[in-house]
Design a protein around this ligand. Structure first.
Ligand SMILES: [Zn+2]
Length: 479
């Protein structure tokens, strides 16, 4: 009897895995057809993308935003996006669009259409807004941050619509124009439009390849608290430095206050480390934190910087993924002309500091604690003003959208993947999963190390891979 049930179970198991294999093979052949369609129509996709690059859309300078929004809204409609709506905000508009309503699952796609200013034109070998083809690359501002991924998310939907006549999921596109200036309107917008944004999961079109050619796969972002510290002289202005012994110097006050915040790389603000969890044993093995699976040199190449001498590769990985930091971004006071001499006690002093936070830390609590701490240390004269805050975000690796992205990256982009528990950067798109209470995954294709730099580029192959990647994600998320 028992052996009979056993035999039946074995048979059932064989049938299920056989069915699964058939399903996988049919999905693979479907995707093959879709990839071939992308390659056959590559010229059309590339022309549209290059047109997008030619619309500057510089949020910080308010250059070309109107034209970019009008062009993007029209292009979304041409590609089959329905209900395209442009919402005005305090600064730059948010664009919403949808495809489909009838499918079982809805994915909300986030992207930003604004770009950083190009900087010094002399540093560019071509016009940053001409979208010139140089060899096998397209050069221009926004080619990898992130007009590439934004455009590819729309074109991927178009490809599926053309090949399969219908989309396997419902899509909502949310494109903002303030990411490069800290997204001040995004949080209130999401709070005010919760119903329209109702979805099962969120996909942030952020990602690509590092300098080593590895595709980045990360499961969250660090948070951030940005603070300005300032000290004022008790005098009405600068005074002669011959009186330095009998009057307070704001530059010294500020430097001492900064000094009081840290000792041996440890932040001394009470409660700063509350909620900080180190990696689990599983994560230690997975990310090579116990024994580095990557050399220090590879790590330096991947991040394009010099790692501290005393730090090993595994310590650096632990630091960048699991520990919070307190960093001085800028310091300014008094007379600073290079090689000049002027003997004064300055009028005031300023410092900008940022704290990169890990999941579990609360930026508002840390801010309050820092103000109290400075007062308690005798720095009541130092003012500490919060200029911005973002919570950290981490998504569970078992979430459907994370699985869909992980599989799609391997299928459509590359098997050479650098997996990270969270990315060391921060972004206001974390308000989407926080407010909508849905999981968010990250994916993209492009040279991420070129973001914000002169001669920003994407290879033509990377761009087309992006379309294939998003089409595969949409498909994987449905099945
Ligand atoms: Zn950027």
């Amino acid at each position: 009897m028992e052996s009979g049930i056993f035999a039946q179970n074995i048979q059932r198991f064989k049938t299920t895995s056989h069915k699964k294999r058939i399903l996988r093979l049919s999905l693979m052949s479907q995707m093959k057809e879709i990839y071939e369609f992308v390659d056959r129509n590559s010229q059309r996709f590339l022309l549209e993308f290059r047109d997008f690059i030619r619309k500057p859309g510089i949020s910080t300078e308010n250059t070309g935003i109107k034209e970019t929004v009008a062009w993007l809204a029209a292009t979304m409609k041409e590609n089959g996006v329905e209900n395209v709506q442009v919402f005005e905000t305090q600064r730059h508009p948010v664009i919403l669009g949808r495809i489909g309503k009838a499918a079982n699952r809805t994915l909300l796609v986030y992207g930003h259409y604004d770009v950083q200013p190009p900087g010094d034109r002399c540093d560019w070998r071509v016009n940053p807004f001409a979208a010139d083809v140089v060899g096998d690359t397209i050069v221009g501002r926004g080619t990898c941050d992130m007009k590439n991924n934004l455009m590819a998310t729309i074109q991927a939907a178009k490809v599926l619509l053309q090949c399969k006549k219908t989309l396997p999921i419902n899509l909502i596109f949310l494109f903002e124009g303030e990411e490069e200036i800290g997204s001040p309107s995004l949080r209130p917008f999401v709070e005010d439009h919760k119903e329209e944004l109702s979805c099962d999961s969120i996909l942030c079109a952020e990602g690509g390849e590092n300098k080593n050619g590895q595709t980045l796969l990360f499961h969250g972002l660090k948070g951030m608290l940005y603070v300005e510290l300032s000290a004022e002289s008790p005098n009405s202005g600068e005074v002669h430095s011959m009186y330095a012994g009998i009057t307070d110097n704001p530059a010294w006050r500020l430097v001492s206050a900064l000094q009081s915040l840290k000792e041996d790389e440890r932040v001394l603000v009470p409660g700063f480390y509350e909620g900080v969890e180190g990696p689990s044993l599983k994560e230690k093995i997975k990310y090579g934190l116990a024994r580095a699976t990557i050399s220090k040199k590879q790590l330096e190449d991947a991040f394009d910087l010099k790692v501290k001498d005393e730090m090993s590769a595994s310590e650096a990985l632990l630091e960048i993924f699991y520990r919070p930091t307190l960093n001085i971004d800028g310091l300014c006071s008094g007379y600073t002309v290079e090689k000049g001499i002027k003997t004064i006690v300055p009028k005031n002093a300023f410092a900008k500091i940022d704290m990169r936070l890990v999941p579990g830390q609360n930026p508002s609590t840390i801010m309050e604690s820092m103000q109290k701490y400075l007062k308690g240390k005798g720095f009541a004269d130092i003012s500490a003003e919060k200029l911005g805050e973002l919570p950290a975000y981490k998504v569970g690796p078992k979430e459907r959208i994370v699985q869909a992205v992980t599989k799609a990256l391997k299928e459509a982009v590359s098997k050479n993947i650098m997996t990270m528990p969270i990315a060391p950067g921060s972004g206001a798109m974390v308000w989407l999963p926080r407010i909508l209470d849905k999981p968010m995954a990250f994916a993209g294709s492009g040279a991420v190390h070129m973001a914000h730099r002169p001669n920003e580029f994407i290879t033509i192959e990377q761009y087309l891979r992006g379309i294939k990647l998003f089409a595969t994600i949409y498909n994987n998320f449905s099945s």
